[in-house]
Write a protein that binds this ligand. Structure first.
Ligand code: URA
Length: 209
């Protein structure tokens, strides 16, 4: 089964309290989402493979280590975009793909309406992002689309995870580790929102409500 990492870091706890607060406005909410995404990426990159490189310091040659895998960020539109700048702060050279999904009203299945990925996506470790893992429908489908394009290494990053979404991903994609800044283990409300959650992440990031 895949790993579920939930941060217990004091910085993340403090920033999560600010994100959950209904009084936090768009500018601050957007900034904090980016900060939490950076902190989460720090944890999620801990096990990446390393290679040795020789670096000439002003004094002598040092044997150093650098990440030995090609990386890509793939936000799920629209809310996943809010995490991208935070990720790029740590990995500015990473390629970025985008996946857009909507739910078909008759079949209720997620349908891909937009997908633009780096050409060599199948060679990359992909950090798939969506701030809210609620039912897990979008993440499940996006992972399926990435796998259909040959991606073998996927790590899912979210700000807040709920039990239903975690169970769905762990069942359908046991090879995909989940990194969450926080976890709410209650059920979702009748509109599919995480309780107590933080509201609609996309609306709060983009100021559309
Ligand atoms: N999407 C959100 O933005 N918030 C939730 O609570 C659930 C899904």
């Amino acid at each position: 089964m895949s790993k579920l990492f939930v941060s217990e870091h004091p910085l993340i706890h403090t920033k999560m309290a600010m994100l959950r607060d209904e009084q936090t406005g768009t500018k601050e909410f957007r900034e904090i989402i980016g900060e939490v995404a950076s902190l989460l990426l720090y944890e999620a990159t801990r096990d990446l493979p390393l290679k040795e490189v020789q670096v000439k310091t002003p004094i002598a040659t040092a044997t150093c280590k650098t990440i030995d895998t090609k990386l890509a960020m793939v936000p799920i539109l629209r809310a996943g975009l809010g995490m991208t700048d935070g990720l790029l702060n740590l990995l500015p050279a990473a390629k970025i793909g985008h996946i857009g999904l909507y739910r078909d009203e008759t079949t209720l299945e997620p349908v891909e309406y937009y997908c633009k990925l780096p050409l060599d996506i199948e060679e990359r470790t992909v950090f798939l992002t969506d701030p809210m893992l609620a039912t897990g429908g979008s993440a499940d489908a996006a992972i399926g689309f990435l796998k259909a394009r040959g991606v073998k290494n996927i790590i899912f990053l979210c700000i807040l995870a709920a039990t239903e979404g975690v169970e769905r991903l762990q069942k359908n994609h046991p090879d995909v580790d989940i990194y969450a800044a926080a976890y709410d283990d209650g059920s979702l409300n009748e509109h599919g929102y995480i309780v107590p959650g933080l509201g609609d992440a996309g609306d709060r990031i983009f100021g559309t409500k």
